[in-house]
Design a protein around this ligand. Structure first.
Ligand SMILES: CC(C)(COP(=O)(O)OP(=O)(O)OC[C@H]1O[C@@H](n2cnc3c(N)ncnc32)[C@H](O)[C@@H]1OP(=O)(O)O)[C@@H](O)C(=O)NCCC(=O)NCCSC(=O)C[C@@H](O)CCCCCCCCCCCCC(=O)O
Length: 724
């Protein structure tokens, strides 16, 4: 797990643990033994530590935190200290990434050189821990407290040039980093080592320690309220400034041990792996990401240049793929182009992109009004208005003009993908690609497989999704798929609470305190009450109901009297400066509780003879969140979602569910399924007419097991076959 070889009088130690050289027990042992062997060998004058394959070690092996192996001798602290204590010069030769424990290893070395494209960083905060192998103690001794606070609390990567400027790297090298590392080591082999051992250095900006740490603490509390790791990072860095290394490392270890066993760390690490699992799909019949070869995609087209369509075009262009944008008329086409150009101009202005790159990227865009221009593209993504008739019309046209093997995808957020596919003669090459707004920014892509979609179509769309920078999750076909289907009971309950005693700001406050950045009623205002009103009307029509008749729609959970009253008064949300809240002016972001809305709600209740009651925050919390979770279990039991991890990634990346709880399914496992089932059954008995409170069969089964079933095994209890 760490290869030892000698090249003349240089010992070269390669960490060898593909794909990213995570510092698992065997790698640590190999590095420790390698240093010991080199120290003992009189013919060795200096040592180079590097990584085999594509990168320097990227950190501790995250899976070892749960198993306890991370603490096993030699732990990472002991390895770093061993390297630093070596009496022969040790050089870290960095290529790819040196992250977390990898960067700590390099800080234990006496010198660090890096390739031109290497990156370093401490991403530990993202997985709920801190750089606990001396990172918080050594980095400030090398580069000072101020930049260390920035790097460690942000978790951001630092490029080679910046790392050199800060003093993390001693040199940037061209060409093979190991060859250069050997040369470098030979050049310093006779230099004294005192002054190169980082733990013995003083923190340069120590006089400002209090001011810097106080302001960093205020900042992390403001930005990541409730998160334990960033706070612990600042505490540990403060200690580095005030204490010798040998005492500081003890405090760092104590903080690390606390974090390692925290629920937040477990949830964040779960989310890390769930995100990587998402693109590993499998469909009934056994075809999977591992067995099916995707078709190459060399060009794409997007139909519809509205807000979503334009964003999708940008994702494609950013990946370096040519993209045709089709619109129905010149006015709409110009509007789409203008939006895209404007967003690139904004990126240039903010320094995120050079003018030259923006120009080059935009040159890949070909706007047109003619469907015939799409005859050679490999993939078309339709992003027209959410209307089945319109979508079928578009797919019919596409089917006629596009080459036989082109894939036709729809950015529908709710509609039946099989019905859309039925407008073509190639249902095997039709799929849903549900982007989230703004499409150029949001990482989630909910990919919907229809009944006839072929495995190769799934493979190609998944590969394209990754290429355009998204995390794709494959789901089955049903109204709203996974994300929006779970959203329905959540928003329904939020609105029902208004009719029983709560006001909008009270509901939103509970949800925002839980960690979802915008409460459901503020989301209603953001999307527009006219939009949700129209959706209710469309869904009612689809079900053959009259949306104006309470007795028709109430049993189907489609009766929203408060929303309707606001809509009828022209309060359409943020865009009109009034909805569930009032706003300073149309388009403003700050939602202000509105006494007028409270009057409208009270009036409605009086008319309906409803005795309003005080609704405790716990009830708001349970009714919104547990109804959503129950629906999540239903998507699993029906095989619409393949794994609980997929449901979680959809909610983490698409709907702002707080990552430190791991997502709704992981959160459910933390609540305890027995307790959760009990509460859902309680609400089912209280509101028997609300279908979304019917407890999920899967949840019921799991809750009845003698011992809690680990989340990774829930799938074994889902009785129905997969609908993926
Ligand atoms: C590196 C990346 C940027 C690469 O991205 P890329 O897109 O190329 O690849 P993937 O992300 O898809 O990854 C490929 C593959 O690798 C897996 N993987 C990646 N990183 C890790 C990892 N760190 N551990 C395990 N597995 C990893 C990934 O899951 C993929 O697997 P798959 O099966 O899907 O192919 C990107 O991968 C990335 O960003 N990785 C994470 C980097 C990171 O977070 N690093 C920090 C890790 S935490 C750390 O390093 C902690 C250390 O600072 C401190 C540890 C101290 C422990 C000692 C504690 C003892 C203290 C107490 C002692 C006192 C004694 C007492 O009292 O008891």
């Amino acid at each position: 797990m760490a290869d030892y070889r000698k090249q003349g009088d240089v010992a070269v130690l390669h960490a060898n643990n593909p794909p990213v050289n995570a510092l698992s027990y065997h790698v640590r042992q190999g590095l420790y033994d390698g240093i010991e062997a080199a120290e003992k060998d009189p013919s060795v004058k200096c040592i180079v530590i590097c990584g085999k394959g594509k990168t320097f070690p990227v950190g501790a092996d995250i899976r070892e935190f749960a198993s306890g192996s991370a603490k096993k001798f030699p732990n990472l602290i002991e390895v770093c200290d061993k390297i630093e204590a070596c009496t022969k010069p040790v050089v870290a030769a960095i290529h790819g990434f040196a992250l977390g424990g990898g960067l700590e290893i390099s800080l234990g070395c006496h010198y660090r050189i890096g390739g031109t494209s290497c990156k370093v960083g401490f991403p530990e905060v993202n997985i709920g821990v801190l750089p606990g192998a001396g990172g918080t103690q050594r980095l400030p001794r090398v580069i000072g407290l101020k930049p260390s606070l920035d790097i460690i609390t942000s978790g951001c990567h630092v490029g080679a040039k910046e790392a050199l400027k800060l003093g993390i790297l001693d040199k940037i090298v061209q060409g093979d980093v190991v060859t250069e590392g050997i040369k470098f080591a030979k050049s310093v082999q006779n230099q004294p080592l005192h002054g190169r051992r980082v733990s013995t250095m003083a923190v340069p900006d120590v006089s400002q320690a209090n001011a810097l740490c106080n302001s960093a603490m205020a900042e992390v509390k403001r930005k990541s309220s409730g998160l334990l790791a960033p706070v612990a990072c600042v505490k540990s860095l403060r200690v580095a400034a005030q204490t010798p290394y040998k005492d500081g490392i003890k405090i760092e270890s104590a903080l690390m041990l606390q974090l390692m066993t925290s629920g937040q760390a477990k949830a964040l690490q779960y989310a890390f792996f769930a995100e990587r699992l998402a693109s590993k799909w499998q469909v009934p019949g056994g075809a999977s990401h591992a067995t099916v070869t995707p078709r190459p995609v060399k060009s794409c087209a997007v139909v519809g240049g509205g807000y979503m369509g334009s964003g999708i075009v940008m994702c494609i262009l950013n990946a370096g793929l040519p993209c045709i944008l089709v619109e129905a008329n010149q006015k709409f086409l110009d509007r789409g182009i203008k939006m895209i150009q404007g967003l690139y101009a904004g990126s240039v202005k903010l320094g995120k992109m050079s003018e030259q790159d923006a120009k080059k990227t935009l040159s890949l865009l070909k706007p047109t009004l003619r469907y015939e221009d799409l005859k050679d593209v490999d993939v078309v993504i339709e992003a027209v208005f959410e209307d089945m008739k319109l979508k079928q019309e578009v797919f019919g046209k596409l089917d006629k003009v596009c080459k036989k093997d082109a894939l036709l995808c729809s950015n529908t957020s709710t509609l039946n993908i099989d019905k859309i596919a039925s407008a073509t003669r190639r249902p095997d090459r039709v799929m849903g690609m549900h982007f989230f707004a703004p499409a150029y920014y949001m990482k989630l892509l909910e990919n919907i497989r229809g009944a006839e979609t072929s495995p190769q179509t799934v493979a190609t769309v998944t590969q394209l999704s990754v290429k355009i920078g998204k995390v794709p999750v494959l789901v089955g076909n049903c109204h709203g798929f996974v994300g929006n289907r779970m959203m329905a009971p959540y928003t329904t309950e939020a609105q029902r609470l208004l009719e029983e005693g709560a006001y909008p700001h009270q509901v939103d406050q509970v949800i925002e305190e839980f960690g979802i950045p915008i409460g459901p009623l503020k989301v209603g205002d953001l999307t527009g009450l006219d939009v949700s009103w129209k959706i209710t009307r469309e869904v009612s029509r689809m079900l053959g109901l009259d949306h104006t008749k309470r007795e028709d729609v109430e049993p189907f959970g489609l009766y929203f009297p408060v929303r309707n009253a606001l809509y009828e008064k022209g309060r359409l949300g943020r865009k009109t400066g009034a909805g569930f809240y009032k706003y300073e002016k149309a388009g403003s972001k700050v939602a202000i509780p509105d006494p007028l809305v409270m009057d409208i709600i009270d009036h409605h209740c009086r008319e309906e003879g409803i005795d309003r009651r005080r609704i405790p925050p716990q009830e708001i919390y349970e009714r919104c969140l547990y109804s959503l979770i129950n629906e999540g279990f239903k998507t699993l039991e029906e095989g619409i979602a393949a794994r609980p991890e997929d449901v979680d990634i959809i909610w983490l990346l698409g709907y702002g569910w707080p990552r430190y709880t791991g997502g709704p399914m992981h959160f459910a496992s933390q609540i305890g399924l027995r307790r959760l089932y009990g509460r859902i059954e309680y609400y089912h008995n209280k509101y028997p007419d609300r279908d979304h409170w019917t407890p999920s069969r899967l949840l019921k089964t799991l809750s009845q097991q003698e011992h809690p079933v680990p989340l990774a095994q829930w799938g074994q209890f889902a009785s129905t076959t997969s609908r993926l």
